[in-house]
Design a protein around this ligand. Structure first.
Ligand code: SAH
Length: 217
C-alpha cells in the first residue's frame, strides 16, 4: 500500500532532484530507488533525514551511502535483470535491497555481525526473499556462491582484491572505491574479459568508509 507510506512523496522528490536530475538515467535503477523505503534502513531518530542528499550514520561507525552514490554505483553494474550479484559491505542492507529489485538474487557480506543481523531483520520485515546476508571478510568474496554476474563493493580499499576478480563471471562488472587513503577514493569499474584480460575504468571521485580485511586495509 504505497499510499500508507508517509515518505512516498519525499522519496519521489529524492529520485527526481538528487538522482535523475544528476544524470542517472537507467530506468530500472530509477524505479528501484523509487520503490525501496530508505527510511526503514536508518536508525529511528534519523527517519526524517532518510531522503536527504547525503550519507547517514547507521551505528558501529558505519554509514548508509548518499542516495545518488547508491544509484550511480548500481547503474555502473549494468544490470539488465535476473543476475546473481555479490555485494561487499551490507551495512544497513539498503543498497542490497535496491540491487535485489533489479537482479535475480544478491549475496551480501558484512564483517560486523551486529550490522548484518540488523540488516537481515530489516530485509525480512520488508519481504525480500532474494537476498542472503552473510558475515565474513568480504575482501575474500564469498566463494560458496561464486561466480557472480556482478560485484559491488561499498567500502574503500587500497586495491581490487584478487579474490573478487576471480569470482566475477566473464563479461561481468565489478564496481569498487579504490584509493591510497582510507577515506578518499576513485570509483573503479572492472569488466572481466576472456582469459583474465580485465578492462579497468575510472568513474568518479568518492568517499567511503574503509574496507577492512585480508585483501583490504
Ligand atoms: N551498502 C551499505 C553501506 C555500506 S558502509 C548500505 O547500503 O547501507 C560499508 C560497510 O562495509 C560497513 O558496514 C562495514 O562494516 C563493511 N565492511 C568493511 N570491511 C568489510 C569487509 N572486509 N567485508 C565485509 N564488510 C566490510
Amino acid at each position: 500500500m504505497a499510499d500508507a507510506d508517509p515518505y512516498q512523496a519525499q522519496r519521489q522528490a529524492m529520485v527526481d532532484r538528487q538522482i535523475a536530475a544528476m544524470g542517472v538515467g537507467d530506468p530500472a535503477v530509477l524505479a528501484a530507488m523509487r520503490k525501496v523505503p530508505r527510511h526503514a534502513f536508518v536508525p529511528d531518530w534519523l527517519r526524517d533525514a532518510a531522503y536527504n542528499d547525503g550519507p547517514l550514520p547507521i551505528g558501529d561507525g558505519q554509514t548508509i551511502s548518499q542516495p545518488y552514490i547508491v544509484a550511480y554505483m548500481i547503474e555502473a553494474l549494468r544490470l539488465r535483470g535476473g543476475e546473481h550479484v555479490l555485494e561487499i559491505g551490507t551495512g544497513s542492507g539498503y543498497a542490497a535491497a535496491v540491487v535485489a529489485e533489479i537482479a535475480g538474487d544478491v549475496v551480501t557480506v558484512e564483517r560486523l555481525a551486529e550490522l548484518a543481523d540488523r540488516a537481515r531483520a530489516t530485509l525480512d520485515r520488508l519481504g525480500y526473499r532474494n537476498i542472503e546476508v552473510v558475515v565474513g571478510d568480504g575482501t575474500l568474496g564469498w566463494p560458496a556462491a561464486a561466480p557472480y554476474d556482478a560485484i559491488v563493493v561499498t567500502a574503500g580499499g587500497p586495491s581490487i582484491p584478487q579474490a573478487l576478480r576471480q569470482q566475477l563471471r566473464e563479461g561481468g562488472c565489478l564496481v569498487m572505491p579504490v584509493g591510497p587513503d582510507s577515506y578518499g577514493q576513485s570509483l573503479i569499474r572492472v569488466t572481466r574479459g576472456a582469459g583474465g584480460e580485465d578492462q579497468e575504468e575510472y568513474l568518479a571521485p568518492v568517499s567511503f568508509v574503509p574496507l577492512i580485511g585480508a585483501q583490504g586495509w
